[in-house]
Design a protein around this ligand. Structure first.
Ligand SMILES: NC(=O)c1ccc[n+]([C@@H]2O[C@H](COP(=O)([O-])OP(=O)(O)OC[C@H]3O[C@@H](n4cnc5c(N)ncnc54)[C@H](O)[C@@H]3O)[C@@H](O)[C@H]2O)c1
Length: 371
């Protein structure tokens, strides 16, 4: 039997997620931001951080793990540098306010940086970076997360998946946007492989006794107990550059904790019921302070075009630059709706009832049909 999936228009999904967040206690304006971040992830094909996370945030808000009200307390504001305490607010509205502040500072000083403490999971790092790019600036966003990644030559989870998002405008519609975890893979992708009984390449996951696991089910089962750890970008050891992913991950941890006096690594509260207390770091660089924006865009556009036009490896007909795949998917999903699996749709319907919404919030049609 073919697995069913449904296409839901982005706007409907956005309204649905907004209502769920409002029912969980958020102010409408903040709920709209959180919903937009989730739907932006789905539009860009990053399903792991889309509406599939709605349940996680809803439970977090209802249980008191996240503060439904957004706090944005400015602890320190010196020239281009700001430190903010988010008091366990939702990471999305905090992230948007922080990056907007970084952009304002960059307009004034050339660069602006906002370090945030005591926040929560902010979804895709690239969302905030794109705000800077849309303002004609270079954007950088980082966050730390609860430990799941072992250091090179280690076996215990010490670092989070600590993503890096770096973006610049180009003279094309599509910006350059690199947005990825510093772990070799995300846990969510291993969960899917475990469910499907697929094997994993060695070098993604290490067990406590140092075995490089290839059985996704075993790998997945050992995450919850802390027996297994993901490995940094580049994989196990030094051979494929795992130490470089390790270094990048530590860089993110430092930017997201040491500047804002935030809890780090294993000092982050454990478990689902407790506040997340993660830290973020946002930076905007105003290109016009360096060079006319149009000249910068011509050069950045030239770089991505030359890379894409480079000689291809046998069997490959396309070289991508970061951000391209997601940009194309977004265009496609805006036309056809966001594909939602039958399982996820069922989960959303349960949430719909729990949040006390009417049935008409999630009207859906079969694959390919737009509501
Ligand atoms: N909030 C958190 O705690 C947290 C933690 C980890 C990851 N994330 C988010 O998860 C998302 C997915 O992360 P991921 O590590 O799975 O990403 P990934 O491995 O899918 O890599 C995505 C990046 O690689 C680029 N890319 C993909 N194929 C390419 C190719 N062939 N050539 C050149 N570039 C290519 C994409 O454009 C994108 O910039 C990100 O948005 C990230 O911010 C969030």
């Amino acid at each position: 039997m073919p697995s069913e999936s449904y296409h839901i228009p982005a706007e409907r999904l956005r309204r649905f997620a907004t209502e769920v967040f409002v029912r969980a206690g958020m102010a409408r304006a903040d709920a709209e931001i959180s919903a937009d971040v989730l739907v932006a992830a789905d539009l860009r094909g990053i399903e792991s951080h889309g509406v599939s996370r709605l349940r996680m945030y809803y439970d977090g808000l209802k249980s008191g793990r996240h503060n439904p009200q957004t706090y944005f307390e400015i602890i320190s504001d010196k020239d281009s540098a700001v430190v903010v305490d988010a008091h366990e607010s939702m990471g999305h509205p905090v992230g948007v306010r922080a990056m907007r502040l970084a952009i304002d500072k960059a307009r004034q000083y050339g660069t602006g940086a906002v370090a945030v403490r005591n926040s929560s999971h902010f979804g895709i790092a690239g969302y905030y970076t794109l705000l800077a790019v849309q303002a004609g600036m270079i954007g950088l966003s980082f966050t730390n997360a609860r430990p799941s990644v072992a250091p090179t030559f280690g076996v215990r989870p010490m670092l989070g998946t600590n993503p890096i998002a770096f973006g610049v405008p180009t003279d094309e519609e599509c910006p350059f946007l690199f947005d990825a975890a510093t772990s070799i893979i995300q846990r969510g992708k291993i969960e899917v492989m475990a469910r499907e009984g697929k094997p994993m390449p060695p070098g993604w996951v290490i067990s406590r006794d140092g075995e490089l696991l290839t059985d996704a089910r075993r790998a997945d089962a050992g995450f919850a107990t802390g027996e297994n750890a993901l490995l940094p970008l580049g994989g196990a050891g030094e051979l494929m550059g795992g130490h470089k992913g390790f270094g990048l991950s530590v860089m993110v941890e430092l930017l997201c904790t040491a500047l804002q006096d935030n809890a780090y690594m294993g000092h982050l509260p454990p478990g689902k019921g407790l506040p997340a207390q993660v830290g973020h770091f946002f930076m905007a660089i105003d290109i016009e302070h360096f060079i006319p924006l149009e000249r910068f865009k011509a050069i950045s556009g030239g770089i991505v075009r030359e890379l894409r036009a480079a000689e291809k490896a046998p069997g490959q007909n396309r070289i991508y630059t970061a951000g391209e795949k997601e940009f194309e998917l977004e265009k496609c999903h805006l036309q056809s709706g966001i594909p939602i699996s039958a399982n996820l749709l069922n989960e959303l319907k349960v949430l719909q009832v729990e949040a006390g919404l009417g049935d008409d919030w999630l009207v859906y049609h079969q694959t390919g049909e737009v509501v």
